[in-house]
Design a protein around this ligand. Structure first.
Ligand code: 1HS
Length: 259
């Protein structure tokens, strides 16, 4: 990675930072000079990310929290700000998928999808605002999906939750602008992470490779995205390069929603 110090002196918090996109973002933010609070529900995964950042020569703090729990994410945010010295950037990346259409989704799956994706973003943001408002250039990046913008078969709760995040981002942008906090949302197309493998397998009737082919054809660029391609968009929106951008819905999808 060639660091350009776009986040020099900043403190960033990334949720789901033990996962593929979150880990790429935490490493990228650290390489750009940020001290990074690496939050994940799985402490071992958070520590793995921090280990990579240590090797890269960056500064990071692992924290375990379920973003759907006000107590857990609240104390993680407080600890991050205390140890790292305030908070400038939050990337609400933590998320889960869902199974089924409205005809066959379970209530438990629906609730979990909304608890993590939507309530988790609300709780993490709410806990962070007292710190972000003290920052010069405070910013929040939320993680939606192309599923917020177009119907994707067999993921009703996920599409609804990600659509809620687009609307929440606009509310947050309006409410937080007077506090000097920008809020934007990334809508990634499919990235090959463990989260999407069940979907690919289901699409290919059990055949992961077939499912991958059936998915790739939906992308004009002809391939799925990489975690780092999503992280780069989050970096741009989080950084002062995007100082006049708030409330933006930023698709990073290889043209998937352009057709
Ligand atoms: C899981 C991720 O947010 C993408 S939603 C599925 C889109 S597609 O590539 O399967 O059409």
């Amino acid at each position: 990675m060639a660091p350009m110090n776009k986040l020099e002196g900043k403190v960033a918090l990334v949720t789901g930072a033990g996962g593929s996109i979150g880990r790429a973002a935490a490493r990228l933010f650290a390489a750009e000079g940020a001290s990074v609070a690496v939050v994940d529900i799985d402490m071992a995964a958070a520590e793995e990310t921090v280990g990579r950042i240590d090797q890269d020569g960056g500064n990071a703090l692992p924290l375990a929290a379920d973003v759907g729990s006000a107590d857990q994410i609240g104390s993680a945010v407080d600890q991050a700000a205390e140890v790292l010295g305030g908070l400038d950037l939050v990337y609400n990346n933590a998320g889960v998928g869902s199974r089924g259409s409205v005809a066959d989704a379970t209530e438990a799956d629906w609730d979990r999808c909304f608890d993590v994706n939507v309530k988790g973003t609300f709780l993490t943001s709410r806990a962070s605002i007292p710190y972000l408002r003290e920052s010069v250039g405070g910013s929040v990046v939320n993680q939606a999906s192309v599923a917020a913008l177009v119907g994707v078969a067999g993921m009703a709760a996920y599409g609804a939750a990600k659509g809620a995040l687009v609307a929440l981002t606009r509310s947050m942008a309006v409410d937080l602008a007077p506090l000097g906090i920008r809020v934007n949302v990334v809508c990634p197309g499919t990235v090959h992470t463990p989260l999407i493998e069940p979907l690919l397998r289901q699409r290919g009737k059990g055949d992961l490779e077939l499912g991958m082919k059936m998915t790739t054809v939906k992308y004009p660029i002809g391939r799925l995205g990489t975690p780092m391609e999503i992280a780069q968009a989050a970096l741009f929106l989080a950084s002062d390069d995007a100082s006049f951008i708030t409330g933006a819905v930023f698709t990073v999808d290889g043209g998937m929603t352009a057709q």
